[in-house]
Design a protein around this ligand. Structure first.
Ligand code: ATP
Length: 200
């Protein structure tokens, strides 16, 4: 079994930025958001099951999933939400673990914004949290996504609190400084994970 590190953090905390640091050390990244899109891509068995359950209206003319409509349907109906989660979560897990085992690097980084919220921490050997102050988190997300402070605050409120996330972390990267400032910490964690992966 491949040694697996779960990388998480709130919106705009710097997960992608930190993950790219591990990439420069030759480590394979598996991104939960990308896998979640892949399992419902046009023509996929996942999308066909959604079509059968919810009807053709949840499929756009070009064959892609109408995410907005599906979100409205499951938001209004907990039973529909549960059905969808029961369909997608096992498919996403299976595919992620497939990609992990296929990887050629000594360990793998699993990037998952909702690592703890979705119980994906149970799949990993170790968790790494990217930490950032709420002020910087709001400023960086507003600048990147061109959204309002209120919109960012709503997303932050829907995620696990900073405090709870930090309490669950095995390792923490402080991303309040500049990007160059995380390089040393990434290198230090990389050598730790190399050791842990060899001695497991
Ligand atoms: P999300 O979960 O929303 O996709 P994320 O956690 O992957 O976000 P990033 O996309 O890595 O976060 O970072 C958010 C924004 O902040 C990006 O525009 C990124 O370039 C910028 N950023 C990340 N780290 C730093 C830093 N240390 N200093 C300045 N800007 C940064």
């Amino acid at each position: 079994k491949k040694y697996l590190v779960g990388l998480t953090g709130g919106i705009g905390s710097g997960k992608t930025t930190v993950a790219n640091g591990f990439l420069t050390h030759g480590i394979t990244l598996v991104d939960a958001d990308i896998v979640a899109r892949e399992v419902v891509e046009p023509g996929s068995p996942g999308l066909e099951q959604i079509r059968t359950h919810f009807g053709n209206s949840v499929i756009n003319g070009d064959g892609t999933l109408n995410r907005g409509l599906l979100r409205e349907i499951v938001f209004a109906n907990p039973q529909h939400r549960e059905w969808l989660n029961n369909l997608l979560h096992p498919m996403i897990r299976t595919r992620m673990l497939e990609l992990v085992e296929k990887a050629n690097s000594p360990y793998v980084i699993l990037i998952a914004p909702l690592l703890f919220e979705n119980g994906l921490d149970r799949l990993v050997n170790r968790t790494l949290v990217v930490d950032i102050s709420p002020e910087k988190q709001i400023a960086r997300t507003m600048a990147r996504d061109k959204v309002s402070e209120t919109q960012v605050n709503n997303i932050i409120a829907s995620q696990m609190s900073r405090e709870d996330r930090l309490a669950k972390a095995d390792d923490i990267i402080d991303n309040n400084g500049d990007v160059a400032g995380i390089e040393d910490k990434v290198a230090e964690l990389h050598s730790l994970y190399m050791t842990l992966s060899q001695s497991q």
